[in-house]
Write a new protein. Structure first.
Length: 349
């Protein structure tokens, strides 16, 4: 089999590690493990952070990647039948507790857990779920990690309901776009921020009420103007960026700020007395449980939501891998970056 392996940096690498596409031996499946032949896999910012050495628990020799769609070759303990198109939950050791993982939590793509940037993966059968039927190969590959992260942050943690006013900062990334699509499908009024007018326009085309440029010195005032007297019930935030201190001013009493990342403020954000007096909660959210993954897939199927795919590269090759990583590192994508490994696999089985 071929896989993208986390390796020592090459002589010309700008990263702490390199990602080498090469032959790799898949171990025999253990008792209960399903075997999935992968059609396509998607990259995440997490993969770039791993290459930069900015992620915990990095292990050389890991097959990277947490997202994929494939065809179930051997069901193992899965209730899904062989030959079906499937998705794999990217979380490990988290069954159903809404508060957090019951076991030692992990994510696919770092040893001892397998990764998806390969042509075959062995995985515990309980992590395998039928793929929503309306999705293309690339759309399906784009869904698991970002879709699960957004679903939990939006519904479990932020408790978003129909009619709520919700802010999704930093629109353009995979999780933020899913949060926008899910919130709109649930009947919420959604607003966004970005430094790109093009990304704001794209968000409006997906159902957002409007957006503000967070680099504008008057961005806070513009957000208040955009809300037109309404107050935010929730902020679903992956950056903790420049506007963070101003969110509370336009939030209702008892509003919720859910953070699934702090990419713009790694030293943390300010939780001030104004937030305390307004009973605003700040909640952390990482990935989600197997139960939430199942709920997310059902939600996507019900509302016929289509993940936003920015770039598709045909083939798991070193050249395509290098290009895909470069796109994400430069922030050139709006949506997910996908590598097709064998889109026609289903017809060949």
């Amino acid at each position: 089999m071929v896989a993208a392996i986390l390796s020592k940096p090459t002589a010309d690498s700008k990263y702490k590690f390199s990602l080498q596409v090469k032959e790799h031996t898949t171990p025999a499946p253990q008792t209960g493990e399903a075997v999935v032949k992968i059609q396509a896999a998607a990259l995440n910012h997490r993969d770039v952070w791993i290459l930069k050495g900015l992620y915990p628990g990095i292990v050389e020799g890991s097959v990277l990647g947490a997202d994929c769609v494939g065809v179930l070759a051997q069901p193992g303990s899965s209730s899904v039948q062989a030959g079906q198109r499937v998705l794999i939950s990217p979380s490990v050791n988290w069954d159903s507790d809404p508060r957090g993982p019951e076991g030692t939590f992990g994510i696919l793509g770092l040893l001892p857990f397998p990764g998806t940037l390969t042509d075959t993966i062995n995985i515990d059968g309980k992590e395998v779920f039928p793929c929503p039927s309306h999705l293309s190969t690339a759309e399906a590959a784009a869904l698991p990690l970002a879709g699960l992260t957004a679903f939990r942050a939006l519904f479990t943690k932020s408790e978003v309901r129909s009619g709520d006013h919700v802010l999704v900062p930093g629109i353009g990334g995979g999780v933020a776009l899913f949060a926008l699509q899910f919130a709109v499908a649930a009947g919420a009024h959604v607003y966004v921020t970005s430094s790109s007018e093009e990304k704001i326009k794209h968000a409006i085309s997906l159902g957002a009420k409007g957006g503000v440029n967070y680099k504008d010195p008057n961005a806070g005032k513009e957000l208040k103007k955009l809300l037109n007297g309404n107050l935010l019930s929730a902020v679903v935030d992956g950056s903790g960026g420049a506007l963070f201190d101003q969110y509370v001013r336009v939030m209702k009493t008892g509003g919720i700020i859910t953070q699934y990342g702090q990419t713009a403020s790694p030293k943390g954000v300010n939780f001030n007395m104004t937030a305390v007096l307004k009973n605003v909660d700040i909640r952390g959210s990482t990935m989600g449980s197997r139960a939430e993954f199942k709920q997310m897939l059902e939600f996507v199927e019900k509302h016929k939501i289509r993940p936003i795919v920015s770039h598709v590269f045909n083939g798991l090759t070193q050249e395509n891998m290098d290009k895909a990583i470069a796109v994400i590192d430069a922030g050139q994508q709006t949506g997910k970056v996908v590598l097709e490994i064998n889109e026609n696999l289903r017809q060949k089985l």
